[in-house]
Design a protein around this ligand. Structure first.
Ligand code: AMP
Ligand code: GLY
Length: 427
């Protein structure tokens, strides 16, 4: 059998985890990561191409006989990466894991996602959408709600577009800033005002070819910078999988009420979808509600989800590309994976880069995924806010977390920081 040449788009911890898993596949020939980081260069070949530069991707794919492309982040998908492949005579038969623009709108437009959920009876908070022209109506609508107020910029806003306000005054100011003040530029030309859902959050993941799907392990993400879930939001400071409060019965509800109707809804709406569905969920007294869709894997959820998957990931991707997902039986490690993210001092505000990172050689009981690193003059240096993810597998949350913290303490760079309380709420 001919082995597969894979191009993976992205440069974060999620992509290092995907690359690490793909590198174990017996079906793999060559693995390229564009642009990758100092970690992915250890399991594949980095190529200095930005995933939004479709023409450069095309040249590379054709010159290197790529047979499969996997898109890690949402931005190229929302920008039409997959559509570009399908509309090109030379690329159209090369499968892409990641939806076309129409499907990526589930993440790219909150208003589109809300309409989709309402149309297909998928449980989510009540909402209304407003534009600059209907700002006054938006303020009227806020009067009908009670605190806290949930405001969401419609478009992609680098994870900052959701604002939760405690008082009516804050909500009114925020809505005005978003709509009239273009706080998030074009992304906040429309704003969704949504019912506040009181519960515990978790992330569920499926991979679909638009007809069939497989469920991946669920995870809990720790979004705030500070211990005890305090301080500003980040991309994610750690993750735990599985999630103890998401038992069998709850996960069955997620599949029956949310995953199946989403895949069927896409089909009914005539929206092709090959790729990941990421369900940002709220568990409200044992019932799941969708707070957001993403069309990719989560970061740092991937760093705890993929280490639990025993299957060959490339085999799963090839089955997805060929419409044979039914053949896949997921095999999941029962143990708990705990991921702790080490970040740069100052993150999520302004942070310093180019700090030399040491200590990798001292770690043998955890997996180390690079999130924001690059190679510089023979050293690994920090190049992002989130720098290194450390994941450990063990039989209890406590043991897995303790191991990850012990390993994290060995990774050293100036002004590094990580949370010591990942998973504590679940123990
Ligand atoms: P998002 O960027 O959509 O992940 O939203 C950021 C955070 O806002 C989520 O992780 C939740 O903690 C919170 N959030 C979003 N929507 C709601 C909601 N309807 N009710 C309560 N919290 C929410
Ligand atoms: N960890 C949340 C996300 O990837 O959006």
């Amino acid at each position: 059998m001919n082995k597969t040449n894979v191009l993976l788009i992205g440069s974060g911890g999620r992509e290092h985890a995907i690359a690490w898993k793909l590198a174990q596949s017996t079906l793999l020939n060559r693995l390229y990561i564009a642009p990758g980081n100092a970690g992915t260069s250890g399991v594949g070949i980095n190529v200095a191409i930005n995933g939004n530069d479709f023409e450069s991707v095309k040249s590379f794919v054709l010159q290197n006989q790529i047979n499969l492309v996997i898109v890690g982040p949402e931005e190229p998908l929302v920008n039409g990466f997959h559509d570009f492949f399908l509309s090109d005579e030379l690329l159209k038969d090369i499968p892409v894991i990641g939806p076309q623009k129409a499907g990526a709108a589930l993440e790219g437009s909150k208003d589109f996602a809300k309409q989709f959920m309402i149309r297909h009876n998928i449980p989510t908070g009540a909402y209304q959408t407003f534009t600059t022209d209907t700002l006054a109506e938006g303020i009227e609508f806020l009067h009908t709600l009670s605190s806290p107020y949930v405001l969401k910029a419609d478009g992609l806003a680098a994870g900052k577009g959701v604002v939760i306000c405690k008082t009516f005054g804050e909500a009114e100011t925020e809505l005005t800033d978003m709509l009239a003040g273009q706080k998030f530029g074009k992304a906040s030309a429309m704003v969704v005002i949504e019912e506040f859902l009181d519960g515990i959050e978790l992330s569920a993941f499926a991979l679909t070819d638009g007809n069939e799907y497989v469920m991946l392990p669920e995870a809990k993400d720790y979004k705030r910078i500070g211990e005890g879930d305090t301080g500003p939001n980040t991309g994610g400071m750690g993750s735990i999988s599985p999630v103890p409060f998401a038992g069998k019965e709850f996960l069955q509800k997620v599949e029956d009420r949310i995953v199946k109707p989403t895949v069927e809804g896409l089909r009914k709406d005539g929206i092709p979808f090959i790729g990941f569905l990421f369900f940002g969920l709220m568990n409200v007294k044992g019932d799941p509600y969708v707070i957001e869709y993403n069309v990719r894997l989560g970061d740092p959820e991937t760093e705890s989800v993929l280490p639990r998957i025993k299957n060959d990931l490339l085999e799963i991707f090839l089955a997805t590309a060929n419409g044979r997902l039914n053949d896949i039986q997921m095999e999941i490690d029962e143990r708990t994976a705990a991921c702790v993210m080490i970040v740069s001092g100052g993150y999520p505000g302004n942070y310093e880069k180019d700090k030399v990172i040491s200590g990798f050689a001292d770690i043998n009981k955890s997996l180390v995924f690079h999130a924001g690193t690059s190679d510089k003059e023979g050293s690994v240096v920090s190049s992002g806010g989130r720098v290194i993810a450390v994941t450990s597998l063990d039989h209890t949350i406590c043991d897995a977390v303790v191991q990850s913290l012990e390993s994290a303490s060995r990774i050293k760079f100036e002004n590094s920081y990580y949370r010591n309380d990942i998973g504590k709420d679940l123990m």
